[in-house]
Design a protein around this ligand. Structure first.
Ligand code: NDP
Ligand code: HSE
Length: 436
């Protein structure tokens, strides 16, 4: 057996503590798989005095100096499970430039400034692996960046945030309230340190950027992603979806397209959408994630599994640790970032989608015609209209589902509807995906 591969573990919270446990429990198997034992050189945390339960690790390994730990000569691989942009970027750039491979779960940093990390990895001749950053335990990034590299990916559609899927599933199945479901997701270790990142869609947008970058060989950042969270999804929306045989999911959609001049583009968006109960993503409940990949030759592929939580995420981290440790022993590193296609990102207004709109309207002659006229003026074709009793005695509820149209035209239609005096209120506006 050769000398150990020494790890600097940055962070020992939900994910980091399970990394420590798995390293301990599987040390013999991991050593056999790698051809050398793994050893923890140090663990950087924020609070030395924090109670870490019965973690199987020598307390003397803890430090509050992550940069000092990264710089140590006896560190071969840096595992970062802290999160955030800075100081994590400084630590990782330092490691990579010094030729130390990095394994990270930090999607926020990869989506904000992945280019800096990839450049540092190329400069230092080191590996940068980040399987845990998208969809927790699900092997997804390696298939995209290796197995599917001989194919052409056209579209990636998925549920990539466990917390919001947990909340939406609870609202749909048990009728739980938003706040109550979020609290439970946080207790279970699914939510980010600031759960706003989950419920406002920032976390899913970061993952969408990472997926789009790999799928389309193009640098896509979080700023390129159209993002809407789930904070405005109401119990009425959930009921409306149910009435249509649908459910609401926070979707990430990254697709190839073309602009008016016929040049190839990509569009990347994250927003809640109604999908029919027959859609394969409709049955993805709890904190599970699922991602559909549509490729030219491979056809449709679906990846499914636990998208959040300490142990599932630690599994993905450990898989990367084994890969980079093996590379290190073999004296090689993985191919660097593939961003040659450099496709322009299309604005959301040009994305083709469908809307489901519920209106509380005055119940009198000519109202339907006036409402239909607004859709027609914006060249939005109506697919179905359903009328039922409205909120007030003299009101009616109109539920309209459109055909596919540019998002900008659909949004302008809703804006104009809100200004009509016959429209008492626009009670629900949701995009519809997957043929409801
Ligand atoms: P936690 O908040 O549970 O843990 C963060 C850890 O980082 C803690 O150990 C904390 O120290 C330490 N830390 C924070 N700031 C510093 C600092 N300045 N210097 C040194 N250490 C610091 O986060 P998670 O484990 O949930 O998440 C970690 C990363 O993994 C994030 O990037 C997250 O997005 C990602 N991720 C998380 C998943 C999940 O399900 N939780 C799933 C996939 C990815 P202390 O213990 O002293 O507080
Ligand atoms: N907060 C994230 C989620 C963790 O809920 O999906 C997994 O990346």
């Amino acid at each position: 057996m050769t000398s150990p591969v020494r790890l600097a573990l940055l962070g020992c919270g939900t994910v980091g503590s399970d990394v420590v446990r798995l390293l301990h429990e599987q040390s013999a198997d991991l050593a056999a798989r790698i051809g050398a034992p793994l050893e923890i050189a140090g663990i950087a945390v924020r609070r030395l005095g924090r109670d870490r339960g019965d973690l199987p690790v020598d307390p003397a390994l803890f430090t509050t100096d992550p940069l000092g730990l990264v710089k140590r000569d006896d560190v071969d691989v840096v595992v970062e499970v802290v999160g955030g942009i800075e100081p994590a970027r400084t630590w990782l750039v330092e490691a990579l430039r010094a030729g130390k491979s990095v394994v990270t779960a930090n999607k926020a940093l990869l989506a904000e400034d992945g280019a800096t990390l990839h450049d540092a990895a190329a400069e230092g001749g080191a590996d940068l692996y980040y399987e845990a950053s998208v969809a927790g335990a699900i092997p997804l990034l390696r298939p995209l960046r290796e197995s599917l590299h001989g194919d052409r990916i056209n579209r990636v559609t998925g549920i990539v945030n466990g917390t919001t899927n947990f909340i939406l599933s609870a609202m749909d199945v048990t009728g739980a309230g938003f706040a109550e479901a979020l609290e439970e997701a946080t207790e279970l270790g699914y939510a980010e340190a600031d759960p706003t990142a989950d419920v406002e869609g920032f976390d899913a947008a970061a993952k969408a950027a990472i997926l789009a970058s790999l799928a389309f060989h193009t640098r896509v950042t979080a700023a390129d992603v159209h993002r809407e969270g789930i904070t405005e999804v109401t119990a009425a929306d959930v009921a409306s979806a149910k009435a249509m045989g649908c459910t609401i999911k926070l979707l990430c959609i990254a697709a190839r397209g073309a602009d008016a001049a016929g040049r190839e583009t990509v569009s990347v968006r994250v927003h809640p959408a109604m999908i029919p109960l027959t859609h394969p993503l409709a049955g993805v409940g709890d904190a599970f994630n699922a991602v559909f990949v549509e490729a030219e030759a491979a056809g449709q592929l679906m990846f499914y599994g636990r998208g959040a939580g300490g142990a599932p995420t630690a599994s993905a981290v450990l898989g990367d640790v084994v890969a980079v440790a093996r590379n290190r022993l073999a004296g090689v590193h993985a191919a660097s970032e593939s961003a040659y296609a450099d496709l322009p990102v299309r604005p959301m207004g040009e994305a083709l989608t469908r809307y489901h709109v519920s209106l509380d309207v005055a119940d009198r002659p000519g109202v339907l015609e006036a409402v239909a006229g607004v859709f027609a003026r914006h060249e939005v074709s109506i697919a179905t209209v359903r009328q039922g009793p409205g909120g007030g005695g003299s009101d009616a509820e109109l539920v309209i589902v459109t055909h596919v149209a540019p998002d900008a035209a659909l949004a302008a239609t809703v804006r104009e509807l809100r200004g009509l005096d016959i429209v008492r209120s626009v009670t629900s506006v949701l995009r519809v995906e997957g043929g409801a």
